[in-house]
Ligand binder design. Structure first.
Ligand code: FAD
Length: 457
């Protein structure tokens, strides 16, 4: 009996990995890639899996870094992206950097050689009803016609916008001798307790120094193609607000009203920075209203001057760039299918992960889920303790939608330890990372072994 192909739209990091995994599972795939016929604002070549910016896959340390752990897991899952990266790596200390041309050429050649994969160089403008299994992996620069078709299906008002990203801080690095939990005026809101925010108080002198540092800080300039895209929900970067007047932030995201430090009930702070819970585990908190164009090094330096954040570690720094991504926790099911139209599955950055490796990892999962379905099997989710499980958990369910009314808060994120379920026995911060990594790899191995009962016999 002929097996119908899975259609993959987009031959970037995620789509290439998805096609490879589908073929590995003995299922045919058609990979539709619009380049070189039509390009995006940042791609330069017609190669599959082109790296659009840096050539780094970040740390390769599988014992103490979440991204290194993701590398290790992908290698165990026979990832084509990792195979090509390892074959074309360059000296870069503890990081895995690749020769971008060799890397993309290796992926393109491997997919072109694979008999179960057909590559069609064409832009997909809509989602043909006869394609009964589709993976959309068109990335942050999805072509406008397809973005519109997806937008119509999801019913969301916007799919491509400047996402104004605020930094996210690991809760355990916040100093609670200074900060305290309280919601403004102790309001509980629809899903809160009245003490949902972490508050960092500033005196007048600290506030003025902070505003001066923002004004002087080094900022990233917009690229040409970005200037035509509107700000997401009208969010302004904090440094733009600071330029409008020294008091503007104090009447915006840093307003102190309705907040009292229980240890100093009579001493009112001049300004307050609030952090809001970002994941269900309660390990990550985002800095409310702190979207910024400051360069990453500057963010670390300036934000650590905020009382309570002197030792803050950031799971993600802020930024502003054009992006296309779904409100996945609301729209996708646990195996990345659009709830409203399950024949469509999404993969890569469009689902709300961030980064080359993360995009490829989600492509890997989407490909294996789609292949399992073609074999009439239930897709198997990776354990939540693995990097793959933590990442898909963030995308499809781990996020707090919102505590109070306001814009949607789901934002693309790199893999980081804050997305993993905490260890049962806690421990010192330094020993936690190796323990989380060891747990992840052991659980991944057990998961792989369970999928291959005959191999173990
Ligand atoms: C400007 C910019 C810089 C970035 N820099 C980095 C970085 O330095 N490091 C990092 O880790 N991450 C970076 N990212 C984030 C992200 O990791 C990459 O964008 C990554 O390539 C995402 O992988 P993907 O497979 O989801 O999308 P992509 O790799 O972009 O692949 C999507 C593919 O779909 C194709 N496509 C789009 N629409 C259609 C259509 N309608 N029909 C057919 N094909 C279509 C595109 O041509 C493209 O090949 C950057 C993102 C942007 C926008």
């Amino acid at each position: 009996m002929t097996v119908k192909p899975v259609h993959i739209i987009g031959g970037g990091l995620a789509g290439s990995e998805a096609a490879w995994q589908i073929a590995r599972h003995g299922v045919p795939a058609v990979l539709h890639e619009m380049r070189p016929t039509r390009s995006t604002a940042v791609h330069k070549t017609g190669q599959l899996a082109e790296l659009v910016c840096s050539n780094s896959f970040r740390s390769d340390d599988a014992e103490a870094s979440a991204i290194g752990l993701l590398h290790a897991e992908m290698r165990r899952l026979d990832s084509l992206v990792m195979r090509a990266a390892d074959a074309h790596k360059l000296p870069a200390g503890g990081a895995l950097a690749v020769d971008r041309e060799g890397f993309a050429a290796a992926i393109t050649a491997a997919l072109e050689r694979e008999p179960l994969i057909e590559i069609r160089r064409e832009e997909v403008l809509s989602l043909p009803p006869e394609w009964d299994s589709v993976i959309v992996a068109t990335g942050p620069l999805t072509s406008p016609a397809l973005a519109e078709a997806i937008g119509a299906l999801t019913g969301e008002s916007a799919l491509a916008f400047f996402d104004a990203i605020a930094p996210i801080v690991h809760r355990e690095t916040i100093d609670f001798d200074i900060a305290w939990f309280q919601s403004r005026y102790d309001k509980a809101g629809p899903a809160g307790s009245g003490a949902d925010y972490i508050n960092c108080p500033l005196t007048r002198a600290q506030y003025e120094d902070f505003v001066a540092a923002l004004l002087a800080g080094d900022k990233i300039e917009f690229r040409d193609f970005e200037t035509a895209t509107p700000y997401f929900d009208g969010c302004l970067p904090i440094e733009v607000m600071a330029e409008r007047g020294r008091e503007t932030l104090r009447h915006g995201p840093m307003k102190p009203f309705g907040l009292t430090d229980p240890r100093h009930p009579t001493k009112k702070p001049y300004a307050v920075v609030q952090l809001r819970q970002d994941n269900k585990l309660g390990t990550l908190f985002n800095m409310v209203g702190f979207q910024t164009k400051l360069k990453h090094g500057e963010q670390g330096r300036i934000f650590r001057t905020i009382p309570g954040l002197a030792n803050a570690e950031f799971a993600r720094l802020g930024g502003l760039h054009r992006n296309t991504f779904l409100n996945s926790p609301k729209l996708l099911d646990a195996t990345l299918r659009l709830k409203a139209m399950p024949r469509l599955r999404f993969a890569g950055q469009i689902t709300g992960c961030e980064g080359y490796v993360e995009s490829a990892a989600i492509g890997l999962l989407a490909g294996s889920f789609a292949a399992a379905e073609r074999h009439g099997e239930e897709p198997r989710l990776p354990p939540p303790t693995t990097a793959h499980g933590a990442l898909i958990g963030h995308i499809t369910g781990g996020h707090v939608e919102m505590i109070d009314s306001g814009p949607r808060s789901f934002q693309p994120m790199n893999i980081n330890f804050g997305l993993f379920p905490p260890l049962r026995h806690g421990g010192a911060r330094d020993s936690k990372k190796p323990a989380l990594c060891a747990r992840a790899l052991a659980d991944l191995d057990a998961w792989i072994a369970a999928a291959l009962p005959h191999a173990a016999e």
